[in-house]
Design a protein around this ligand. Structure first.
Ligand SMILES: Nc1nc2c(c(=O)[nH]1)N[C@H]1C(S)=C(S)[C@@H](COP(=O)(O)OP(=O)(O)OC[C@H]3O[C@@H](n4cnc5c(=O)[nH]c(N)nc54)[C@H](O)[C@@H]3O)O[C@H]1N2
Ligand SMILES: Nc1nc2c(c(=O)[nH]1)N[C@H]1C(S)=C(S)[C@@H](COP(=O)(O)OP(=O)(O)OC[C@H]3O[C@@H](n4cnc5c(=O)[nH]c(N)nc54)[C@H](O)[C@@H]3O)O[C@H]1N2
Ligand code: SF4
Ligand SMILES: [Mo]
Length: 728
């Protein structure tokens, strides 16, 4: 009789890593069930999620990559030869060595995406190899909030929603109903069911906005005006927290003067949000204590307007006294375990590569100099941000360097857990860049349009096959994860093994002391005083939050510690930015104007279930739920364009065109919202089709141009792009 084991493990189809129990027979997973005893400890999360049920199907899916593959024939021809891991690693290491000798270490770039896997082994390898050219999506995901909150409050903050305590929730450019089937979303649902004030700022009446007591359908890209309008009302009415402003905020007088002109009527004319709704939002948010604010990609992807919007929202939190208050927000702490920055080794080695960072002379924050400046602030409270995400290369400059060889040649790329042909801006540019390379290596679970162009595709161990430990990149004292349920199937390996294997071949032996990924995680946890087994039991390491830390007394000075900023206070007026010659107060930047030719505004990538970016289109069960890509528009807009629900259309921008089906939705008029990440794994995977890459891919329509992106962080624009629509 075969022995059946039930192993506590985790889902890995999104960042939450919910607890699962895997039923395992002879080292094969045969079934999975939610494990509500482990993180996140909530049955509702998994009940509402379709993905985890596919865990067993994914293990043996016919399109999984199971063995190391080497390209034979032309790039993209779809002809592969199976080779051993040893051969793959030897050949890749040798080629990288040759390229390094010829062009310098900066000739190697890497590409990462959303947090699908542990990225620190890649960062560690790159630090030791000597290249600054890791690119990700930080400029339009995560970094704007992290950097702006740090320079305003001295460290990143998390929003908090505490049942029966939080009095108001404001969701700004975020749609957890589709993007975040987490405990937070279920708590928001309950909060709104109980009749509490929920304000949602979004051009679309999303499933999140449907629950709102007040929906502000802002014109895409004009959020900074709206936030300044709300600040204007709060200040004019005297609705701010006078004690907190007086004792803990810097530059209130400048702010008062700055927001004076943002009268609700003016703001209405720019944002399209009615003046009385602006006043109502200001009143509710400021008069409810504690009030909680969460923002999302809606404002992280506004090009030059992302920074002023984040700054205005940080100020809104501050003058209403919602900083480091239970039920409003928590100013995070450094981890007890080894923080990401030390795993990366980036501090130790950055001198060897920071000079080569592309675009460093323009980027005030998202650069090594920027990092150094921020570190001077956070060091006051003995904190260090992770370096590699916050200094990652601007993708547009990397693609250009591949194609033109300027300012120096980038001849090789290793792609891990990302699919840049679908998820980076300007697919034509990315395609041209990938085609130009001497070496393209892709670490993947599945064949994707990106991997189809590779020289080597290496099989990664995914869900159920590898240990997990995620942290908020070392910006908080929280880690979660657990053990693998089975050994990797076929010849798949954890991504860590690839980086270690390559490092061992390239002179990095002393920096890879751990036998396995699991051993490295164990070492990482040890300063926190917990073993790997203890960690796996609950699936989480965290500590009770401390609040109002700015009032704690420093025993050396006898004074409150305040905030780790230039002034020691919350910087409404940013001395830090002023010193760098940047706007110390939030100033909205000119919008990308629509024209006669492109009269509509495009949102290129709002989230939707059951997919995650370009992932999961190959899973039939999920595909049946959502078989085709939609372009949403209001009934008024559709009528004006002569369209009806279900019509196939081309959405066009200056960059190109992509095909979608019309879906009538409640949203602002004159706005089109297309789904992103669409390709067709069922279509043959060779050139020129590349899995249907060129049909409905939203990033054919976008542009990540460096010079027109924001000069602090390098944020480009995904929301509010001029576009037009044509019937197919
Ligand atoms: N137009 C537009 N573009 C956008 C956005 C937008 O809103 N609009 N959003 C941007 C944002 S915020 C993000 S985060 C990015 C997301 O961009 P990506 O992270 O590139 O998106 P995914 O499609 O999730 O690609 C992940 C790939 O990793 C593979 N994978 C999963 N787990 C593992 C693993 O453990 N190891 C390895 N080696 N591979 C694994 C999956 O099979 C999948 O092919 O897209 C960005 N692009
Ligand atoms: N199902 C699913 N879940 C995901 C992902 C996925 O691809 N699919 N991706 C994951 C990743 S990588 C991320 S970063 C998160 C993102 O999570 P969210 O931030 O929730 O993601 P989005 O849906 O892109 O954006 C939120 C909202 O911003 C609105 N918006 C667009 N333009 C504007 C604007 O100009 N102003 C304002 N105020 N709002 C605007 C959109 O209509 C959208 O409803 O989700 C994660 N979860
Ligand atoms: S929310 Fe769903 S997809 Fe994400 S980890 Fe949990 S079960 Fe998996
Ligand atoms: Mo993201």
């Amino acid at each position: 009789m075969t022995k059946v084991k039930y192993i506590p493990t985790n889902c890995r189809f999104c960042g939450y890593q919910c607890g699962l129990i895997a039923q395992v027979e002879q080292d094969r997973a045969v079934a999975v069930e939610p494990d509500p005893t482990r993180y996140p400890g909530e049955e509702r999360v998994m009940r509402g999620c379709r993905r985890w049920r596919q865990a067993v199907e994914v293990m043996d899916h016919p399109q999984r990559v199971n063995y190391p593959l080497k390209r034979v024939g032309e790039r993209g021809s779809g002809k592969w030869q199976r080779i051993s891991w040893e051969q793959a690693l030897d050949e890749i290491a040798a080629k990288l060595n040759d390229l390094k000798v010829q062009y310098g270490p900066e000739t190697l770039a890497t590409s990462i995406g959303a947090p699908h896997t542990s990225y620190w082994p890649l960062h560690r390898f790159m630090a030791l190899f000597g290249s600054p050219n890791n690119m990700g999506i930080g400029q339009i995901c995560w970094n704007p909030g992290i950097l702006i909150n740090t320079l305003t409050f001295g460290w990143p903050i998390d929003m908090e929603l505490v049942p029966n305590h939080t009095a108001c929730v404001l969701l700004w450019g975020v749609n957890p109903a589709e993007s975040d089937n987490s405990l937070l979303w279920h708590t928001i649902c309950e909060f709104s069911r109980e009749g509490n004030p929920l304000i949602v700022v979004d051009p679309r009446r999303t499933r999140t906005a449907e629950r709102a007591t007040l929906w502000l359908p802002v014109r895409p890209g004009t959020d900074a005006y709206l936030a300044l309008g709300i600040l204007h009302v709060i200040i004019a009415e005297g609705w701010y927290d006078k004690t907190f402003v007086k004792t803990r905020c810097h530059g209130f007088d400048y702010l008062v003067e700055h927001v004076q002109s943002y009268e609700p009527s003016l703001v209405e004319s720019i944002t399209g949000v009615e003046a009385d709704k602006i006043i109502e939002a200001a009143r509710i948010f400021s008069q409810s204590t504690p009030a909680s604010l969460l923002s999302g990609r809606g404002i992280d992807q506004l090009g030059k307007n992302s920074v002023p919007t984040h700054r205005a929202l940080a100020i809104l939190r501050a003058i209403t006294g919602n900083i480091d208050m239970p039920g409003a927000s928590h100013l995070n702490e450094m981890p007890d375990f080894i923080p990401e920055i030390d795993l990366e080794l980036s501090e130790q080695f950055f001198i060897t590569y920071c000079e080569k960072q592309l675009g460093k002379d323009r980027l005030v924050l998202q650069s090594y100099q920027g990092y150094e400046r921020m570190r001077k602030l956070t060091a006051q409270h003995a904190k260090r941000l992770p370096m590699r995400y916050l200094t990652s290369a601007h993708p547009n400059l990397v693609w250009q360097a591949m194609i033109t060889g300027k300012p120096y040649p980038i001849r090789s790329l290793i792609v891990m857990a990302s699919n840049p042909l679908l998820t980076q801006a300007d697919t034509h540019l990315v395609y041209k860049a990938l085609q130009s390379l001497d070496l393209l290596v892709v670490l993947e679970l599945f064949q994707t349009p990106t991997s189809m162009l590779a020289d080597y595709v290496l099989p990664s161990a995914g869900i159920l096959e590898r240990p997990l430990m995620e942290t908020k990149a070392g910006t908080a004292n929280l880690a979660y994860g657990g053990q693998q349920a089975v050994h990797p199937y076929y010849e798949r390996r954890p991504d860590f093994d690839f980086w270690k294997g390559l490092g061992m071949r390239l002179g990095q032996e002393e920096y890879w002391p751990w036998e396995s990924f699991r051993e490295s995680l164990e070492a990482c946890l040890s300063p926190a005083g917990i073993t790997w087994e203890e960690f796996c039991e609950t699936g989480v390491y965290d500590q009770p939050n401390r609040y109002i830390k700015h009032e704690e007394v420093n025993p050396l000075t006898g004074k409150p510690v305040g905030f780790a900023t230039s002034s020691g206070k919350v910087e409404l007026y940013s001395e830090f930015l002023a010193e760098l010659g940047c706007d110390p107060l939030p100033n909205p930047q000119p919008l990308i104007e629509i024209s006669k030719e492109y009269p509509l505004q495009l949102i290129s990538g709002a989230r939707f279930q059951p997919y995650y970016a370009s992932s999961f289109r190959q899973l039939n069960t999920l595909r049946a739920v959502h078989p085709e890509p939609w372009a949403e528009m209001s009934a008024v807009t559709a009528k004006k364009l002569g369209l009806e629900e279900g019509y196939p259309i081309w959405v066009e921008t200056e960059r190109g065109k992509a095909r979608f089906k019309v879906k009538i939705a409640q949203m602002r008029d004159e706005v089109i919202s297309v789904e992103y990440g669409w390709w067709y794994p069922e279509i043959p995977g060779a050139e020129p089709i590349l899995g249907g890459l060129w049909i409905s891919n939203a990033n054919i329509l976008t542009d990540g141009d460096f010079d027109s992106s924001d000069s602090l962080i390098g944020t480009w624009t995904y929301n509010g792009l001029p576009c037009r629509v044509r019937k197919v």
